[in-house]
Write a protein that binds this ligand. Structure first.
Ligand code: SF4
Ligand code: SF4
Ligand code: SF4
Length: 299
């Protein structure tokens, strides 16, 4: 991945030196080997903080909203899934196209940091990563590792149909082959086979574990309301109590709010501390299509 990192830094430096942008939002090495952190670079000297590899799971697109009214332009580093979020933000008039420079990086998948951290020697420093097709190799100052994609990658990456960004001004790295996955919505189809009572019991079990930390909402590039209904106090739409009934209201309301707009970036699912499978809830658009055979009589 060193070639891509170098190219990223060069492109970011050029944009800042030529004053085409005032800020570059990208990935930087985190405090742990298997994690990256967002970095906000405002000078050419700062570009050495940029990195790239299989630990760049975060979707940085949502940060663009913070700069929509700030003077100057912003560049953002995006993967294929993140690029769909940029389109969402543009379509929703959350950002202006001429204010953003999109640096797209073809992505061969992202590893689940928790699984990698469990294998790597604590305190090891990252030296290099490489994509070997079926696996990623990770070189550290405490030894070298190989992580099979099938077992260590995020689920959303195993069925990813946009490894290349769908929108970009600058592309860094080589375009990757695109695959289609029939099983992409397999879990949703499985849910659809259940009876109403079974579905209700399934989601009751999931929602009862929700902490209402709102991480899923905060990370979502579709949830861009200045004041979310769940933070509104007058009137208070949902109480602060975490119980099944209030949690269900939160999830059903949010599902309706993102219906037909969710880009299936998988971030809500990834950040949930309780492993609630939110992609199953938001993936398909309940209000996005009309079918003459719809069972609802009023339709
Ligand atoms: S991130 Fe998970 S625990 Fe937090 S509000 Fe969302 S579903 Fe609930
Ligand atoms: S609902 Fe989840 S998967 Fe859909 S856009 Fe928001 S964060 Fe991404
Ligand atoms: S949950 Fe609804 S009200 Fe809250 S930020 Fe998302 S879209 Fe807006």
């Amino acid at each position: 991945m060193m070639g891509v990192i170098q190219q990223l830094r060069e492109q970011a430096k050029k944009l800042l030196e030529e004053k085409k942008v005032d800020l570059v939002i990208g990935f930087g090495q985190g405090t742990e080997l298997a994690r990256t952190t967002p970095v906000f670079i405002d000078s050419p000297e700062g570009v050495s903080a940029l990195t790239w590899g299989p630990f760049c799971a975060n979707n940085l697109a949502k940060y663009l909203i913070d700069y929509k009214n700030a003077p100057g332009n912003v560049a953002v580093v995006v993967k294929g899934c993140d690029s769909r979020s940029v389109i969402r933000l543009l379509d929703d008039n959350q950002i202006s196209r001429d204010k953003v420079v999109i640096i797209g990086v073809p992505c061969a998948g992202q590893l689940e940091w928790q699984k990698v951290a469990a294998e790597v020697k604590p305190g090891a420093g990252l030296k290099e990563t490489a994509d070997n097709g079926e696996s990623f190799s990770v070189k550290t100052d405490a030894g070298d590792y190989s992580f099979n994609k099938k077992d260590y990658m995020l689920h959303r990456c195993l069925v990813c149909e946009n490894p290349n960004p769908v929108i970009s001004d600058i592309t860094v790295g080589k375009e990757l082959p695109v695959k289609n996955y029939e099983e992409r919505f397999a879990e949703v189809s499985e849910l659809e086979q259940m009876s109403t009572e079974e579905k209700s019991a399934y989601w009751d079990k999931q929602f009862s574990r929700c902490l209402r930390c709102y991480a899923c909402r905060n990370v979502c590039s579709v949830c861009t309301c200045q004041v979310c209904v769940f933070d509104q106090m007058l009137p208070m739409w949902v109480s602060k109590r975490t119980n099944l009934s209030e949690n269900t209201v939160f999830h059903i309301t949010r599902a309706f709010h993102v219906a037909g707009r969710c880009v299936d970036c998988g971030e809500c699912d990834r950040v949930c501390p309780m492993d609630i499978p939110l992609r199953k809830l938001n993936q398909l658009s309940p209000l996005g299509e009309f079918k003459p055979e719809d069972p609802e009589e009023f339709m």
